[in-house]
Design a protein. Sequence first.
Length: 102
Amino acid sequence: MGILKCLYEKKELDVDTGFFSLFSFPLIKGTPATVLKNLNSVVLTESTAKKYFGSVDNAMANIITLNKEIPLKVTGIAKDVKLLCVFFLADPLWPSFACTFF
């Protein structure tokens, strides 16, 4: 039996299946159009994948558990990036935003 590793993550983002097609987050593993296609799929950042599984390659297709009850299959790895987003509310019906990676 393997070693069970329990870690608490503060940063979690729930997104639509088209997130990686709409935004240009660089993926190390996985395809933007399909990486979140299936229910209970998860994309980890490069640093999170290494923290939990030792390497990016070891993380792919493994299962992690969210909130001790929801199994999620690792279907992609996103490059660690810093993100700056600015939201504009010039028109409340059509808010716009701009994001930059650095």
